[in-house]
Design a binder for this molecule. Structure first.
Ligand SMILES: NC(=O)c1ccc[n+]([C@@H]2O[C@H](COP(=O)([O-])OP(=O)(O)OC[C@H]3O[C@@H](n4cnc5c(N)ncnc54)[C@H](OP(=O)(O)O)[C@@H]3O)[C@@H](O)[C@H]2O)c1
Length: 238
């Protein structure tokens, strides 16, 4: 296992269920964290609990190019670069086509896909210069297997999967590793606004989902885990 100690890790979605739990695990292993999300109050509360200094906390809407540039500037200023990017930001709008609006669709693409594109544009050049790095994305199983009502969400997550696979091809001769995690349902605030009957008590716990990310952050650099599939035990779709 690679040591986390001293690893510079940016966590997006740090104010969310998977991101905040990942932050807790990584900081306990000695990683140097940079936390971002949209809600500054939630980020500040987490940073205080984990003793992450305020200069490494930054609120940004990742679908906004200027905000991502400002985030990248702050990351460079405070950490001088990045060893690992854990991209745990995203939204879920689950509606049948007769209710899904263009606004729902573009909002989903912006939050889940355009955000990833902007992050790659901002952070890949530094990783290329360093000749190494690790990018972990969480497309979820709906980035691999369709579900009724998930036209917008799956469009964003299939897009994310395809984009990252293509970028991986471009990076073949570098030591920049890309991992896509296909998780099934994780019990987190993600489900709070989704009008589906779901059994949250049967989902993966956010702490356990975070443990998978924590594990991936410690994989030796001589190999790459290209994909990980993590499903609730009684709900194995793929
Ligand atoms: N929960 C699941 O069942 C599940 C399953 C598979 C994959 N995933 C994926 O895993 C990731 C994390 O999910 P989660 O369960 O932790 O969800 P969550 O608890 O709802 O957290 C989502 C996080 O994303 C941030 N975010 C959303 N839109 C953003 C934007 N435009 N700019 C910047 N940050 C933004 C939120 O920030 P604020 O709260 O500060 O606004 C929050 O920190 C998402 O990509 C999701 O699609 C989730």
């Amino acid at each position: 296992m690679e040591k986390l100690n001293g690893k510079r890790i940016l966590i997006t979605g740090a104010s969310g269920g998977i991101g905040s739990n990942t932050a807790k695990l990584l900081v306990s292993g000695g990683a140097t964290l940079f936390l971002t999300g949209r809600r500054m109050d939630a980020l500040t509360a987490l940073a205080d609990a984990l003793q992450v200094p305020s200069e490494r906390v930054f609120a940004a809407d990742l679908s906004d190019q200027d905000a991502v540039s400002a985030l990248a500037g702050r990351v460079m200023e405070t950490m001088g670069g990045l060893d690992i990017l854990v991209h745990a930001a995203g939204i879920g709008i689950i509606k049948p086509m007769d209710q899904l609006t263009l606004e729902d669709f573009t909002r989903t693409l912006n939050a889940n896909l355009i955000s990833t594109f902007l992050l790659m544009k901002a952070f890949l050049p530094g990783m290329k210069q360093a000749g190494k790095g690790l990018v972990i994305n969480i497309p979820g199983v709906l980035g691999k297997v369709p579900m009724a009502g998930a036209a917008a969400y799956s469009a964003s997550k299939y897009g994310l999967t395809g984009m990252m696979q293509s970028i991986r091809e471009e990076l073949k001769r570098t030591e920049i590793r890309i991992t896509n995690i296909f998780m099934g349902g994780v019990d987190s605030p993600f489900w709070d606004e989704i009008p589906l009957k779901v059994q949250r008590e049967k989902m993966i716990r956010a702490e356990e989902a975070a443990r998978a990310v924590w594990f991936l952050c410690q994989q030796p650099a001589s190999g790459v885990v290209s994909e990980m599939v993590l499903q609730p035990f009684n709900h194995q779709a793929i």
